[in-house]
Ligand binder design. Structure first.
Ligand code: C2E
Ligand code: CA
Ligand code: CA
Length: 572
């Protein structure tokens, strides 16, 4: 018996299986092939099949006689062709019949070699060429499909969607996008292996769904799946099926999926665009704690057009100074009377067609495509320049805070950029505050901790924004390097009505105090909320109760008032 080794030290020495019931034939053919390949032998289809099963991953080629006892070549071919593990192994049929070519190809062989074997060079060349060809094909198909799931990659998925349309031009089709809610957290909490399990379990569900419906499935990103299937009017059934499969497959019922569906796609648009729409619908699902699906509709179409217009207009908007920075005061409420302490810079867009557009309409949109970084840098410059002007005009430094998007955290130049900014404007970094949204911390905690530590070492102060809006935990606050906690508007809104909400806020303030982190309450709208927060020990307040975000000229009145009351100079 030959050795199974198929990997030599230099390159890979491929393994070839010769199947023939006649000893002489095996010997002759073996001698020819052995010059370049490792060879193993079998006397009939049955024996060959056992060999193949043992070596599915290392076998490069099968040379197969057709007429044999026990199991003949035809039967073996039938077995191999129906199993995807073996169907890609190239087979050359060995035959004495001169008319065998058509028959060989019919049963799925790649080529045939006529007996007797009187032209060794030709035989060797054929074997070599076919092995190379088969390997090229698997390389291509390796890129074509995603390694973890075996689903098409995005690019190939879209190509296959086009092929599908060519075959079934009149079949009404739906484009479906499926995402896993907070997938990064699943990875963090349960480990990558479990994350992979989640992904491959979903993929298995999708495979069985598309095989029943003449559709195709692909993996478009870490937790993003595309499905292109025959139009279906009830997506709750489909979603339930995937969710149940996921629970059965992983034993975990706390993972939630969201699905966006663009029904009866317009086949005149390219597949990418169809799935953009499905994704658009999918993105409208905000809650991360339930399974749900949304169908793309007319209002989304209008919003899509609006979003596209904003994206198109952004660069010109920056050049033409259509973006305006407003300032909302933060008041210190520890003493008897509230005292102006600092300002938060908030952007607005004075759009030539739409009028004043609030940041909620474009910041999340620009976060998706990276445009937000350009905008943020603009605001950071403006805010620093404004602080400088105020300092020159009033002789006091008004600390300003700016919003830092999670994308900015990935900017390797962030530290340098901010340092140069404060230097150029003669501001002490301690008077330049960076508000980082809480969800950025949960997204990528290691990188953010690293970045924030560096920034704090330079003196910048860091506030965790929107605390209480998402995945907040006080654990997280204890572990993170921050100077202040900004309680989200949602938390504050109900404290004057609900005892429970108030106790919650009280608890957060107490714990933060224990950790020597100050607390800023945002969205304070009335006297009662203000009083309750003051009693609870909150130190700084921001909200319409004191002032809306205003233009710098209007903000100056607050500064002047403050200076009249406390004329000593320095930092506010
Ligand atoms: P944020 O950072 O949490 O900003 C506070 C938001 O609460 C502001 O909304 C502010 O106008 C609003 N607000 C303040 N007091 C009250 C109140 O008493 N009641 C109510 N209902 N709302 C109040 P705005 O200016 O519309 O900004 C919304 C969000 O857009 C901001 O939330 C921030 O996440 C983002 N944003 C604003 N400017 C920028 C920026 O320059 N860069 C980035 N990346 N994001 C920005
Ligand atoms: Ca903020
Ligand atoms: Ca906030």
């Amino acid at each position: 018996m030959e050795e199974e080794t198929s990997f030599s030290k230099v390159g890979i020495r491929r393994l070839v299986l010769i199947v023939d019931d006649e000893h002489v034939n095996r010997r002759i053919l073996g001698r020819i092939i052995e010059k370049e390949y490792d060879v193993i032998y079998a006397e009939n289809g049955q024996e060959a099949y056992e060999q193949i099963k043992k070596r599915e991953n290392t076998l490069s080629m099968i040379l197969l006689d057709l007429i044999m006892p026990v199991m003949d070549g035809y039967q073996l071919m039938a077995l191999l062709r129906e199993d995807p593990k073996y169907s890609k192994i190239p087979v050359i049929v060995l035959t004495a019949e001169r008319t065998a070519e058509a028959k060989s190809l019919q049963i799925g062989a790649s080529d045939f070699i006529p007996k007797p074997y009187d032209m060794p060079e030709v035989i060797l060349a054929r074997v070599k060429r076919l092995i190379e060809l088969a390997e090229d094909k698997t390389i291509i198909s390796a890129i074509e499909t995603d390694a973890l799931t075996g689903l098409y990659t995005k690019e190939f998925f879209c190509q296959h969607a086009i092929i599908h349309d060519n075959y079934y031009p009149d079949m009404p089709m739906d484009a479906v996008v499926l995402n896993v809610n907070r997938f990064h957290l699943i990875n963090e909490l349960y480990g990558r292996l479990f994350g992979d399990k989640v992904i491959s379990t979903i993929a298995d569900q999708l495979k069985s769904i598309v095989s029943e419906t003449d559709g195709i499935a692909g993996r478009a990103g870490s937790d993003s799946f595309f499905i292109y299937i025959r139009h279906n009017s009830d997506y709750s059934v489909l979603l339930d099926r995937i969710v149940n499969g996921l629970i059965n497959g992983t034993g975990n019922s706390s993972i939630n999926l969201r699905m966006g569906v663009y029904q009866n796609v317009d086949k005149n648009t390219d597949p990418e665009h169809r799935f953009d729409r499905a994704q658009f619908a999918c993105n409208t699902i905000r809650s991360g704690y339930t399974n749900g699906f949304v169908l793309y509709d007319d209002t989304m179409y209008k919003r899509e057009l609006y979003s596209n217009k904003l994206i198109d207009d952004m660069h010109v908007g920056v050049e033409n100074r259509q973006f305006k920075v407003y300032y909302q005061p933060k008041f210190d409420i520890i003493g008897d009377k509230p005292v102006l302490r600092s300002a938060e810079a908030l952007i607005r867009w004075d759009h030539p067609e739409y009028g004043m557009v609030p940041p909620g309409s474009f910041v999340p949109l620009f976060e998706e495509n990276g445009l937000v970084q350009k905008l943020d840098r603009f605001v950071w410059e403006e805010a620093a320049a404004q602080a400088k002007r105020w300092k020159e005009k009033f002789g006091v430094t008004i600390p300003v805070s700016v919003n830092v998007s999670r994308l900015d955290i990935y900017d390797p130049e962030l530290e340098k950029r901010l340092l140069s900014l404060v230097e150029r404007n003669g501001i002490d970094p301690t008077d330049y505050v960076l508000e980082i949204t809480e969800s950025a911390y949960t997204d990528n905690s290691e990188q953010i901790i690293d970045t924030v530590n560096k920034l704090r070492a330079h003196g910048f102060r860091i506030e965790m924004d929107d605390f209480g809006a998402g995945y907040s935990s006080l654990n997280m606050v204890a572990a993170l390097p921050i100077d202040a906690l900004k309680l989200d508007t949602q938390l504050i809104r109900k404290i004057d009505e609900s005892e429970k909400e108030l106790r919650m806020v009280q608890l957060i303030i107490d714990i933060a105090g224990f950790m020597k982190i100050s607390v800023i309450a945002e969205g304070v709208e009335n006297e009662k909320q203000y009083q309750l927060l003051k009693e609870a020990g909150c130190s700084i307040i921001q909200g319409f109760y004191f002032s809306k975000p205003v233009l710098p000229e209007e903000f100056e009145r607050l500064i002047e008032e403050k200076i009249r009351k406390t004329p000593e100079r320095g930092t506010l």
